[in-house]
Write a protein that binds this ligand. Sequence first.
Ligand code: SAM
Length: 263
Amino acid sequence: MRIDVVSIFPEYLAALDLSLIGKARQDGVLDVRVHDLRTFTTDRHRTVDDTPYGGGAGMVMKAEPWAQALESVLAAAPASQHRPTLIVPSPAGAVFNQAMAHELAGLEHLVFACGRYEGIDERAIDWARDGFDVRPVSLGDYVLNGGEVAVLAMVEAVGRLIPGVVGNPESLVEESHADGLLEYPVYTKPSSWRGRDIPEVLLSGNHARIARWRRMEQFRRTADRRPDLLGDIDATSLPAADLKALREAGFDVVGGRLMRPPH
Ligand code: SAM
């Protein structure tokens, strides 16, 4: 996969040299290129922002440096039948999640436009639709100072889904959000630590019992921490073994939705 990131703080993206993403870059699985937006300015001060039309606080990123930067990315893009996808990090975008990470991991070329100040002149984003599939994406319902942190999070979440990035692909299968549930609790040695023992079932060697326990812990944890996710599950599509165990654990099914047991 090819990834281009445009930012006024290219140093911010140095973290993409580390850990699994850094190794994937070294191995040629990910081709990540970071560009300094100021390279595409023409004035002595390398200006990328100006005051907002209509007044108000803060500055707005000028359209022209963005157009120049994105034209340069397009000119250097690998040949493909598909337009690159331009992700514009923004608190006013669609909220990023694991389903979106999977969708983006299937694409050939992602380009990220890191905004700063009050954001990018909207005309630059409209203009980019001629050459890119443009998607404003939010990391969550809060406001960051710039798009770089959002890009680091998205590249890591997308990158680890690309074959060859995570050593053992099986570790992706049971993770939180892989099947709409949160992951079960995990433990390592020693089995007894500061007076706390691991759940006995994990020492049983009985794989079926362990799998059942883990599955039920996923439901319990999701009900406790993210009841909104539990509400998204179509209980009628759950395997009979799940439904039986859920009923035994005090869950109920009402109108096709799982209801958590009372505390
Ligand atoms: N004035 C903008 C608004 O209220 O929507 C916020 C601008 S924010 C201070 C500057 C930049 O940070 C944005 O252009 C965007 O690139 C990035 N940013 C801030 N919050 C974000 C979020 N939740 N998700 C993704 N990017 C975000």
